[in-house]
Design a binder for this molecule. Structure first.
Ligand SMILES: Cc1ncc(COP(=O)(O)O)c(C=O)c1O
Length: 304
């Protein structure tokens, strides 16, 4: 079944969930002293809803709530509220196939740089239609550049989906400026860590290889699904340090994220990977990923 087009009955102004209420986006306000705004003290999750159900919702909520605890954002007991709020937001926007963003911040406070903040967290949910372009790009593949600045594998936020996302945005902007889709970030040891908004995998000498946790990356939920699939398919797999030179031996590569799913990567810095088109193992894993989504959500989803 093809991706649902964004329905004509969608409200002209998107409806957001903000702190317990569904509000049109042009009337949704966050206090000026919100510590998310002032200090980037916040977290988010980007999820994918298929036919009204969010894939791996439990994993996303678990990651968010765990990280919230680490960042002194007090959300305990909010699991059910968040789950209900996500579905209510999808319904309010008449969207079933959507990108779902859940943002939590430390909330309004004194405005002074004090940790933790004592205010009530701000909870915001927005949903947007999934760009039809992604399916077309999955058929053709993405290209990437190497981000010009190194990132520290030890940085406090590197494993969190923090609202302090500007480094990622800047890296992606550089990629776009240079005519590519994604930027690969190198860490302080010059190992590839991840994409600016994705995790990355390579096929080198028949083995599936991906940066390990200690490279400094977000442990993507899609990355984990793909690693589990590779194991179930008895693929030879290794997580570790990969340098740009190593990727020159790659016959295939792909990016993963909840929204991109399994996106073939066909060139880095203008140099083709393998034959310069989506590879067999990539296609196999992309198909297997779609099957997992279908099985778990109990519906027919498009195949890649
Ligand atoms: C920096 C970064 N790494 C990895 C990912 C992939 O994470 P997930 O598969 O959980 O969507 C994302 C997603 O947006 C990201 O921003």
């Amino acid at each position: 079944m093809p991706n649902q087009p964004s329905g004509a009955d969608q409200p002209s102004i998107p409806i957001l969930y903000l702190n317990g209420q569904l509000v049109p986006a042009d009337r949704a306000y966050v206090p000026a002293l919100d510590h998310g705004l002032l200090f980037g003290h916040g977290l988010f999750e980007t999820m994918r809803a298929y036919q009204g159900k969010v894939f791996r919702l439990d994993d996303h909520l678990a990651r968010l709530l765990h990280a919230a605890e680490e960042l002194g954002i007090f959300l305990s007991g909010e699991w059910d509220t968040l789950e209900r709020a996500i579905h209510a937001t999808l319904e309010a926007n008449h969207l079933r196939d959507a990108r779902v963003r859940l943002t939590v911040t430390a909330g309004p406070g004194s405005g002074l740089p004090i940790f933790p903040n004592t205010g009530q967290p701000t909870i915001l949910i927005s949903v947007t239609p999934v760009s039809q372009e992604i399916a077309a790009r999955t058929a053709a593949g993405y290209t990437a550049v190497i981000a010009p600045r190194l990132r520290s594998s030890q940085a406090a936020l590197v494993h969190l989906k923090s609202t302090s996302y500007l480094e990622n945005l800047l890296a992606r902007a550089e990629a776009v400026r240079r005519g590519a889709d994604e930027a690969l970030l190198l860490n302080d040891h010059r190992c590839i860590a991840e994409g600016a908004m994705s995790n990355v995998f390579f096929v080198i000498a028949g083995k599936l290889r991906t940066p390990s946790r200690d490279c400094g990356l977000l442990r993507g939920i899609t990355r984990q699904v793909v690693m589990d699939l590779a194991q179930a398919l008895s693929m030879d797999m290794e997580a570790g340090c990969l340098m740009v030179e190593d990727t020159m031996q790659a016959s295939e590569a792909f990016l993963t994220s909840s929204v991109l799913e399994v996106m073939p990567l066909i060139a880095i810095e203008g140099r083709s990977i393998g034959a310069g088109r989506p590879g067999e193992i990539t296609r196999l894993l992309a198909k297997a990923y779609t099957q997992v989504v279908t099985r778990e959500l109990g519906q027919t989803i498009r195949t890649v």
